[in-house]
Every structure is written in structure tokens, then in C-alpha cells.
Write a protein that binds this ligand. Structure first.
Ligand SMILES: Cc1ncc(COP(=O)(O)O)c(C=O)c1O
Length: 437
């Protein structure tokens, strides 16, 4: 019997960040396969993966090296726990990550998502300050940036600043202090006023992705580091979105030579293959947790699938691919091409602004009536033309896999340009009719 997957989806699946009422009114697109920069649906139609399957695919779909690494690992074991045991892939990957990330980070704590990577960093920072004792034990709050996004668990939502996603949960959240994005003077003000209560500052370095690719001015991240040092506060860099090449360097921190105390990685860690995240810490923080078991300085946190071997094997193969395919070096020409192509899009009357860095792009269509769902209309037009994108409200996001070819990049931008033109042309009469009513 042929299953009607679309109907089963409508009947039973509850999708993330999705208004199910509208979802069920549309025909769901079912992706069955992937090949390089392309997603292939159940009717065999091919689409450019314009947002890297939610910002995580790096080397393309069906990458031979990663496929082989995962199936080799599958031949050994699919899962074993990291609680009380270890396994070779987790140990090797930890060493590789320490070598690859900014100096000073020496310890790797695994989890499965960006949300948990930041949740863990927040708990580590808090517990570290508690265990330092004395006046540090009063550091029970965290400073974050307005419009920030660090995930969906209650801790990561507490340091989130996007009202649309976060305001409902306010009564459940812990108290934080917010500073203006990209404004070092404002951060200094917040730290000066709340100096003794803040355990850590958490930032998305360079680009606040979910805020609509909001970019910080050059030198801001360095200033944040200096302020954290001046006020004795830990710096957590959330590179869940910016990590693994998206800004043109392996990590966004490298652009300003910044060494965080805690670093959060996820999304691209496995090349976009499997759920794996890592929170890296300095030796100083790690040592703050050492002691006899009965001193209870242990970090009491860990998930069933923490450090899953299949995911670690994928991550190791992805790091090999970065080296062997010189992914970061080869990306530079593509970034130049991309921003050259975007200059034309920016000159369109429908576009207010284009923001971003590297291969993280937000095409802002300006303020529109939310009921028009302009960003979504652009997505539907792009789909008809062979590209998958996903907007943040009326900001059209592009974040292709780093492996995308120059021809594919050209065709992606062309599709998006045409989709914006058509979607906006169709929506204007509707807006006029609404204004007249
Ligand atoms: C900067 C940042 N942090 C954390 C997260 C949460 O990651 P996940 O969706 O894997 O929980 C995201 C997701 O977009 C992100 O952009």
C-alpha cells in the first residue's frame, strides 16, 4: 500500500516554528533525497538548498567522505553513553576542536543542539562563579544583547531578545540584563551598573542571525572581550550559526582575534549531518569544577545521546573535508561573487537593505503587514523556480552550503531576485485593496 505521506504529515506532525493552521492549508513539500547543493522531493524535483537545511549543511548533501565515516562507525556501534564511558571518536574530536578553535579553550562538553550548547555554557558560567565563592557567588545574572537568539530551551530563551519568539515565556525565565547590539558603550554601562551580579556576557559574534542577520560594527567583539576582562565577567561566544566557515573564517571570533571563555558550537559541526553540539571551556573554568566527589563541584548535566559516536564520526569527517578540500580558502572567491550579485538585488525598489557577512545574508524587504506573509510568499515563488529558502519574517535569508559552486550561487541569487520581484508585485495590489477598504 502506498502511504499518503502528505496527509499523514497534516494529520499527525506538529512542525517547529510553524503555524499549523496555515501549514495544513498548503501542500507540504516532502524532501526525499539530497545531492550536493540540491534537495530532491518525492516527485524527483530538484531544489537548491539556499539555507543549508537550516544553516547547518557545509560540504553538500551525500558527501562521500562523511557518508563513509558514518557507515563505518555504524559497522562498529551506533550509540554508547558518555556517562561513565568514553569512545575513540569523541576523544579524537575533542582534541581536534581544541586545536581548531581560538587559543585558551581546552575542554569539550558535548550535547546535541545549539540550544543545549548555550544552555550548558550558561550553567557552567553560573556554577563556576558560585564555586569560586566569596563575592563571585553573587554573580547570578547574565548579560545578553537585545534581539539575540541562543535557542529554545528555557535557559537559552532567558538570554534571548526576540519578542516574537520569547515574550510569551517571560514568566518562566530567569532575570538578565540586556545591552544594545553592537554598542560597546551601552554594554559598558550595563556592566558598570550591575558589575557584581553578572556571571557572563553571551553574544553571537559579528552576526545576530535570527535577528535578521544583524551585523555588528568592526571592533565590537574585541571591545566586548576587553569589557568582560575589565569587569571580571566571563565571555560566552555563541558560534552555533557563525561557526564552521559561515562568516568567511572558520570561526567568527578569528576576525577580531577574540578568545572567549566559553564557546558554543552546533549546526555545522557535523557538516550538517547529525545532531551534535559542543561547549568548549578554558582550563581555568574546568579547574573550577574539580574536587573530591563529596565536594559536589561536579557539573551535573548530561543527555542520553551526549557525544553520540555516529555524530562524532560525521564531525571528524567534516573537519577532514575542510582540510582536504580547502573549504575556507575556496570560499573567499564565492563570497566575493555572492556580494557582487547581491549589489544588484539591493538596488531593487522592493529591497530596503541587505545585511550579513560571508555566506550569511539577510535581504530585508522592509515593514509590511504581517498577514501578507511577504517573506513566505517569496519562499513559495523560489520553490516554483527551484530553490529552498526560509525567511525570518520579511527578511529573506540566504545561507548556502560552503560547497556551493559559483554557477549554483549565481542561479540561487537569480531565483531569489525574481521571486522577490514576483511576490512583491502580487502583494502590492492586495495592499492597495486593503488600504481602500
Ligand atoms: C546563534 C544561535 N544559537 C543557538 C541556536 C539554536 O540552535 P538549535 O536550533 O540547534 O537548538 C541557533 C539556531 O538558529 C542560533 O542561530
Amino acid at each position: 500500500m502506498d502511504l499518503d505521506h502528505a496527509q499523514l504529515d497534516r494529520d499527525h506532525v506538529w512542525h517547529p516554528f510553524t503555524q499549523q493552521q496555515s501549514w495544513c492549508e498548503e501542500e507540504p513539500l516532502l524532501i526525499e533525497r539530497g545531492e550536493g547543493s540540491f534537495l530532491i522531493d518525492n516527485d524527483g524535483r530538484r531544489y537548491l538548498d539556499g539555507v543549508s537545511s537550516l544553516w547547518c549543511n557545509v560540504h553538500g548533501h551525500g558527501h562521500e567522505r562523511i557518508d563513509t565515516a558514518v557507515s563505518d562507525q555504524l559497522g562498529k556501534i551506533a550509540h554508547t553513553t558518555m556517562l561513565g564511558l568514553s569512545h575513540p571518536a569523541a576523544a579524537e574530536l575533542a582534541g581536534r576542536l581544541v586545536d581548531l578553535t581560538p587559543p585558551g579553550l581546552s575542554r569539550v562538553f558535548y550535547s546535541e543542539s545549539g540550544s543545549t550548547a548555550t544552555e550548558i555554557a550558561l550553567k557552567m558560567a553560573f556554577q563556576y562563579q558560585q564555586q569560586r565563592g566569596g563575592q563571585h557567588a553573587r554573580r547570578t545574572s547574565v548579560c545578553h544583547l537585545r534581539d539575540s537568539y541562543h535557542g529554545d530551551t528555557i535557559g537559552s530563551v532567558s538570554v534571548g531578545g526576540i519578542d516574537l519568539f520569547h515574550s510569551t515565556y517571560r514568566p518562566l525565565l530567569f532575570r538578565t540584563h540586556a545591552a544594545e547590539p553592537g554598542d560597546a558603550v551601552d554594554l559598558e554601562r550595563v556592566l558598570a551598573v550591575h558589575e557584581e551580579e553578572i556571571a557572563a556576557v553571551i553574544v553571537e559574534p559579528l552576526v545576530q542571525g535570527a535577528a535578521g542577520m544583524l551585523t555588528h560594527p568592526p571592533g565590537y567583539l574585541r571591545a566586548v572581550r576587553e569589557l568582560c576582562d575589565r569587569f571580571g565577567v566571563l565571555l560566552i561566544c555563541d558560534e552555533v550559526a557563525t561557526g564552521f566557515g559561515r562568516t568567511g573564517k572558520m570561526f567568527a571570533c578569528e576576525h577580531e582575534g577574540v578568545e572567549p571563555d566559553l564557546l558554543c558550537l552546533a549546526k555545522g559541526l557535523t557538516g550538517g549531518y547529525l545532531p551534535l553540539a559542543a561547549t568548549l571551556a578554558t582550563e581555568r573554568i574546568y579547574e573550577g569544577f574539580l574536587g573530591a566527589p563529596e565536594q559536589y563541584r561536579t557539573f551535573f548535566h548530561g543527555h542520553t545521546y551526549t557525544g553520540n559516536p555516529l555524530a562524532c564520526a560525521a564531525a571528524l569527517a567534516s573537519l577532514d573535508a575542510f582540510e582536504q578540500e580547502q573549504t575556507i580558502d575556496r570560499l573567499q572567491a564565492k563570497i566575493e561573487l555572492l556580494w557582487g550579485l547581491l549589489a544588484e538585488v539591493e538596488s531593487m525598489p522592493e529591497v530596503t537593505e541587505i545585511r550579513g557577512r560571508g555566506v550569511m545574508v539577510g535581504i530585508d524587504l522592509g515593514a509590511h503587514d504581517p498577514s501578507l506573509r511577504l517573506g513566505h510568499q517569496v519562499t513559495l515563488e523560489a520553490r516554483k523556480r527551484g530553490a529552498i529558502i526560509r525567511p525570518l519574517s520579511d527578511v529573506v535569508v540566504l545561507m548556502p552550503p560552503l560547497s556551493i559552486s559559483e554557477e549554483e550561487l549565481q542561479s540561487l541569487v537569480e531565483i531569489v531576485r525574481e521571486s522577490i520581484r514576483v511576490a512583491c508585485a502580487e502583494i502590492r495590489p492586495a495592499q492597495l485593496a486593503q488600504a481602500a477598504a
